[in-house]
Design a protein around this ligand. Structure first.
Ligand code: SF4
Ligand code: SF4
Length: 341
């Protein structure tokens, strides 16, 4: 079944970057150490910060990320703390290198999903984006996780460099025994924003984002095909017709993006700027002063997402009267197709 997953009002999602260090240097990496810090959090601090969100009256999910979270030797201890605090689900997002014998320090019942990132169906395309050797390492990591009984998911960030290989993913995902597939759209933040170069001679830009036509041509079809193997597929909605309702997750959902320098954002598109609405101060979560991201969420514009208009206006198209042809949905609004057996 294909459905739009509206923001859950009854759950909290905590995206917890426990460090920003990584062994890879992917072209589209959104980590920005100037804005997010270079430190690794101690396990004591991770415990304090996890406690701030462990509201037992709501369902709270935690996703451990980095950088590469398995570079943190205390990731298994962090997972156990989250479970002990009553988190409803625990996910680890990894590039597949699985450092510190990670798979052998936790049990499948302690983690709901290990989520691997791969940006091409072939070694050539993936490694061009994520670095030499990363494809084979990721495949080996997935196989090891599946054989040990972990649930696995795979995240594919679509750009102009790899959209042509997406049609090869259904077979690969099935062969690997992946349970869930997440298609992401490349955003202009982090390194992809900083690396948008204008060619001096032509004035043209190295744009990695796919067009609306490419997105709508390819993504729904591939998602449908993947779901036929029993794999649930999730991808961002991105485009809304003028009649479809627009909602900003910053106003109606409980998502928290935590970074090791203590910043806590409610919107991932804000992460390149010092507009976080919360911060950890002496291990207490406090609101930041205005002006911050909350002030942006309240702006009601015909183009939909305010942050999109501010940082990637080239996504928008207007008719001859200056009205937007469509709205850009909140980047956290997803389409989901359940796996069909
Ligand atoms: S694996 Fe993730 S954190 Fe590391 S460079 Fe790639 S995108 Fe960035
Ligand atoms: S992506 Fe746009 S709509 Fe979503 S939370 Fe951020 S500002 Fe709001």
């Amino acid at each position: 079944m294909n459905k739009t997953v509206s923001f859950s009002k009854n759950s909290i999602n905590v995206f917890f970057h426990i460090l920003t260090k990584c062994n890879l240097a992917c072209r589209h990496c959104y980590i920005n150490q100037e804005q997010h810090g270079k430190n690794s959090l101690s396990i004591t601090t991770i415990g304090h910060w996890l406690r701030s969100f462990a509201d037992m009256s709501k369902n709270t999910n935690v996703i451990f990320l980095g950088g590469e979270p398995t570079l943190h030797p205390d990731l298994p201890a962090a997972i156990k703390k989250a479970t002990a605090l009553g988190y409803k689900s625990v996910t680890v997002d990894t590039n597949g290198y699985l450092f510190h014998d990670f798979l052998y320090k936790i049990n499948p019942y302690e983690v709901d999903y290990i989520s691997f990132s791969m940006d091409g169906a072939t070694e050539k395309v993936n490694d061009t984006i994520r670095g030499e050797g990363s494809y084979n390492k990721c495949i080996a990591g997935i196989k090891a996780a599946v054989s040990r009984g972990f649930n696995t998911s795979l995240i594919y960030t679509v750009s102009r460099e790899n959209i042509h290989e997406l049609h090869k993913m259904p077979e690969l995902l099935k062969d690997l025994g992946i349970n869930r597939f997440f298609i992401q759209v490349i955003g202009i933040r982090g390194k992809s924003a900083r690396s948008q170069k204008t060619h001096a001679s032509t004035g043209s830009q190295d744009v990695l984002q796919v067009s609306k036509e490419q997105w709508l041509d390819v993504i729904p079809d591939v998602a449908e095909k993947v779901s036929e193997s029993g794999i649930t597929v999730t991808y961002p909605k991105v485009f809304l017709s003028p009649e479809e309702p627009f909602e900003c997750a910053g106003l109606v959902a409980d998502n928290y993006f935590i970074f090791p320098n203590g910043r806590v954002y409610r919107c991932p598109l804000c992460e390149d700027f010092p507009v976080h609405s919360m911060i950890f101060s002496n291990n207490r979560l406090v609101q930041t002063d205005q002006i911050n991201e909350n002030d942006l969420f309240r702006l009601d514009i015909p183009e939909g997402c305010v942050m999109n208009k501010l940082i990637q206006p080239e996504n928008l198209e207007y008719d001859r009267y200056g009205n937007p042809e469509y709205k850009i949905a909140c980047c956290l609004l997803k389409e989901e197709i359940s796996g069909k057996k």
